[in-house]
Design a protein around this ligand. Structure first.
Ligand SMILES: Cc1ncc(COP(=O)(O)O)c(C=O)c1O
Length: 372
């Protein structure tokens, strides 16, 4: 099996250890374990876990965890949920279950690269539905309709969107589901950033259709990246059963210990979302001020999620810019080249506010120096 290098993951692994001020991350300031336990009032949890038997646990996920997750939706039941190792395994399980060589897939672009490169590695024929800045980084639905030719197996979307922070509202999401389902294709909607709504919100696609598959995780809005847990939700039970069959060959189950902590966290999801939103709302104005006060920067302000994708009019490529910024100022962000879009920078505004503030101040003076 051939795979294309996952550019953003390779870039992060190669350089993040050099970062003094990391504004590249997509996760909202990950918790320290003690910080989580005191926020949710469960300082006694570690003591309680001494009695836990460290067996394989439940292959589809701990029942109380699946119940807690189902409550995040309006129409999803615990049996519609399958726990995975992060949204990355969740997406992979969907591809591994649905796709055969030569199947046709449509994926948005730019995007988290897994969404188009993983189907390609399984032999699918992937076509890209390009999101454009002048269309606020939202899909052109007439173009999607033209691309869907009846033979398409799967359409892959991401809402809220990484790297741009765009958000399909309920009306647009319903229209996407209608178009995709009337062609006979499945829709996978990666909702890793769901809940991080900065002005308006949007429902989960899983609540809008029985056939859609959605994926999410504990990594981004829930700030529990190190648990490495995610999930698939779909009201298509047949499909969930098919995915369980595939999963037997990949991971058997997740860590029972990790699932116990996750179950406590999900019971307190609203407190955690509140913490995340307050961090984002504190950081975003600093980024807005940076971008909107410079005539050589432009952007579509993010509507949701924890990342933004400003563009610049300066005479150097994004990787060169990002590496000089890292060397000269210790500030780490992701060049647009990792997403196949030049002269753009992906900035995560979920870092701890003191880090973000200094990172943005240094980025501003660095860019002003470059500009001359
Ligand atoms: C859109 C999207 N999907 C999936 C993932 C994978 O995240 P995780 O496996 O930590 O849930 C990421 C990580 O950046 C992402 O941005």
């Amino acid at each position: 099996m051939k795979v294309e290098p996952f550019l953003v993951e390779r870039y992060m692994s190669s350089y993040e250890h050099l970062a003094k001020l990391n504004i590249a991350e997509t996760c909202v300031a990950p918790f320290r374990l003690g910080e989580l336990l005191s926020l949710i009032g469960r300082e006694d949890l570690l003591e309680e876990l001494r009695d836990l038997t460290l067996d394989y646990g439940h292959t589809e996920g701990l029942p109380e965890l699946r119940e807690g997750i189902a409550k995040l939706y309006r129409r999803v039941e615990p049996d519609d949920v399958l726990i995975t190792r992060g949204a990355i395994e969740a997406n992979f399980q969907v591809f591994y279950t649905l796709l055969e060589p030569e199947d046709k897939v449509i994926s948005i672009f730019p995007a988290y690269q897994q969404l188009y490169s993983a189907p390609k590695s399984l032999g699918a024929e992937v076509r890209l539905l390009r999101l454009r800045e002048e269309e606020s980084w939202l899909p052109d639905l007439a173009e999607l309709e033209r691309m869907l030719d009846g033979g398409t197996k799967l359409v892959v979307m991401n809402n809220p969107h990484n790297p741009t922070g765009s958000l399909m509202d309920e009306g647009m999401l319903k229209r996407v589901i209608e178009i995709v389902e009337s062609s006979g294709a499945y829709l996978l909607c990666d909702e890793s950033y769901h809940g991080l709504f900065l002005d308006s919100s949007s429902p989960s696609a899983a609540d809008l259709s029985e056939r859609v598959i959605v994926t999410r995780s504990f990594s981004k809005p829930l700030s529990l990246t190190g648990l490495r847990l995610g999930w698939i939700a779909s009201r298509d039970r047949g499909l969930i059963e098919e995915m369980k069959l595939r999963r037997d060959y990949v991971s058997i189950s997740n860590s029972i210990l990790v699932e116990k902590i996750a179950a406590e966290a999900i019971r307190n999801a609203s407190k955690i979302y509140e913490r995340s939103l307050s961090i984002l709302r504190r950081n975003l104005p600093r980024l807005r001020e940076l971008v909107e006060s410079r005539d050589y920067l432009h952007w579509v302000p993010p509507k949701a999620g924890s990342v933004a994708f400003p563009g610049y009019d300066l005479n150097l490529g994004s990787e060169e810019l990002a590496l000089r910024l890292l060397r000269e100022e210790g500030v780490f962000l992701v060049p647009g080249s990792c997403f196949g879009i030049e002269k753009h920078l992906r900035i995560g505004f979920g870092a701890r506010p003191e880090v973000f503030e200094e990172g943005i101040a240094r980025l501003g003076s660095f860019l002003d120096r470059l500009r001359g």
